[in-house]
Design a protein around this ligand. Structure first.
Ligand SMILES: *Cc1c(COP(=O)(O)O)cnc(C)c1O
Length: 472
């Protein structure tokens, strides 16, 4: 067993390793060249009988594990969406882990519950969200969306499905655009609504949901005997960061009395910038809202902010009250086990608190604006190069583009070229890019949002892209 003395020595050593690693992160390949099975074949098939020294654990961490890690904190991680961290967030995670508190109810750590309440209120103020909303931290946006669908289901059924299960007569429908995240479908499956009852509403040229098509789909469903349960509007789709028109969608939801859930998992962070708040026009019509500080807000995974208008419906959906969890403080405090799926909860509010206080609103805004200007610059590089094409106007800090040599017009050929271009760049270890398809066109999806991103990285990556394209 590790002694307190060894812990102290090794912890100090690790902090130095952590600081060195983050300072030198650009020396690591963003994406490892690991092939399937490469790591597992280096691991003993059985655990040791006798305890080993930390020295030997850490040696293996460096030689076996590190070579198989994808470096999400690398400034040239431009794939998917970021899972940003930051120094204050790491420090908070160290404390959270050291405390090892399980924060299911107020009594099991009053400070964790009260800090969570306050930090969620801070976020509302920082992002100009409706003051009447109630916030809670969930593990992921997928869970938050499931929570929204379950609450909508219970409210609609008079909390009957929770009690009796489905009778077989419910014919619920959930609506989202054809571009919304796969977590909507997953949520509908888990909530017993069924994947087939997720109606994909068509999108416009900017990949945003068409509200008139939404209304037409709802009307048609009502006539056919379905019950419209919820609409999920995306503020920033995963593929192209398209923004659904919230106000018009909200008007349809109000008219037909349908729960409106807003999925702003990635783009929500941009609401820290007043110039981006147009995206949320009509927000007062929403019943629930989710965004991930663990994506673009420098707070380590996992940390999802979920807001709901009808707190009573949320709690009634998830409340449990076994004898052994009854407390005298019930009703005076927030017992967050009743605000979502999980009972046991990590103390996640601490890292959010540290991040907000360490950056300050001003520091957060400056960093986001820095990312926006990097993306603006990247977009203009694409637009001004004869062999590259912008596929959609830039949305926030994401640029969707492709390599298109002037005389090449064959779709299949261009799709193959761009796939090859990404593959070439990703195997270089210098950069990690991912793709999407927009109306059959294979595009590169450039995300400029890493904590450590600077203008020099934009110049660097553009040089690599154009060089690699030339060599194809
Ligand atoms: C990333 C993302 C999600 C899923 O986020 P998790 O926290 O990983 O569940 C959902 N919706 C959108 C729009 C996303 O970008």
């Amino acid at each position: 067993m590790m002694t307190p003395e060894t812990f102290r020595v090794e912890a100090h050593r690790l902090v130095d390793w952590m600081a060195d690693f983050l300072e030198n992160i650009e020396e690591y390949p963003v994406k490892p060249a690991t092939k399937p099975g490469d790591i597992i074949k280096q691991l003993p098939t059985s655990p040791p009988l006798q305890g080993e020294s930390f020295d030997s654990l850490f040696k293996d961490f460096q030689s076996v594990i590190m070579p198989g890690i994808t470096h999400w904190q690398h400034p040239h991680f431009h794939a998917y969406f970021p899972a940003n961290g930051s120094y204050p967030s790491i420090l908070a995670e160290m404390l959270t882990t050291t405390l090892g508190a399980q924060c299911m109810i107020w009594e099991t750590s009053p400070a964790a519950a009260e800090l969570e309440e306050m930090v969620m209120n801070w976020l509302k103020e920082m992002m100009a969200l409706p003051a009447a909303w109630h916030g809670v931290i969930q593990d992921t946006a997928s869970t938050a969306t499931l929570v929204a669908l379950l609450t909508a289901r219970e409210k609609q059924s008079g909390f009957r499905v929770n009690d009796e299960g489905f009778s077989g007569t419910e014919k619920y429908r959930v609506y989202c655009s054809s571009e919304t995240h796969s977590s909507i479908e997953k949520g509908a499956k888990v909530a017993g609504i069924g994947k087939k009852n997720v109606v994909k509403v068509p999108v416009d040229d900017l990949q945003a949901m068409k509200p008139d098509e939404l209304e037409a789909a709802i009307k048609k469903d009502i006539q056919a005997g379905y019950t419209p349960l919820a609409v999920v509007a995306a503020i920033g789709t995963t593929s192209t960061v398209a923004v659904d028109p919230l106000k018009a969608i909200g008007a349809v939801c109000s008219k037909y009395n349908v729960w409106l859930h807003v999925d702003a998992a990635y783009a929500g962070t941009a609401l820290l910038l007043p110039e981006c708040r147009w995206m949320m026009e009509g927000q007062e019509l929403a019943d629930s809202f989710v965004f991930n500080p663990h994506k673009w807000m420098f707070t380590h995974f996992d940390c999802t902010a979920y807001f709901v208008k009808d707190k009573e419906a949320l709690i009634r959906t998830f409340e449990i009250l076994p004898e052994y969890l009854k407390t005298a403080t019930r009703g005076q405090v927030n017992d967050y086990r009743d605000w979502g799926v999980q009972l046991g909860r990590r103390f996640r509010a601490l890292k959010l608190w540290f991040v907000i206080r360490s950056f300050g609103i001003d520091g957060l805004q400056k960093t986001l604006r820095g990312h926006m200007s990097c993306a603006e610059d990247f977009e203009s590089k694409v637009v001004n190069h004869p062999d590259f094409e912008l596929i959609l106007p830039r949305s926030l800090n994401v640029v969707v583009f492709r390599f298109k040599p002037v005389n090449e017009n064959n779709l299949e050929k261009l799709n193959q070229l761009n796939e090859l271009l990404i593959k070439t760049l990703n195997t270089s270890g210098k950069v990690f890019l991912s793709h999407t398809k927009v109306k059959g066109v294979y595009c590169i999806r450039m995300v400029l949002g890493n904590t450590r991103l600077e203008q020099r990285h934009v110049d660097e990556v553009w040089a690599w892209i154009t060089d690699a394209a030339k060599s194809l």
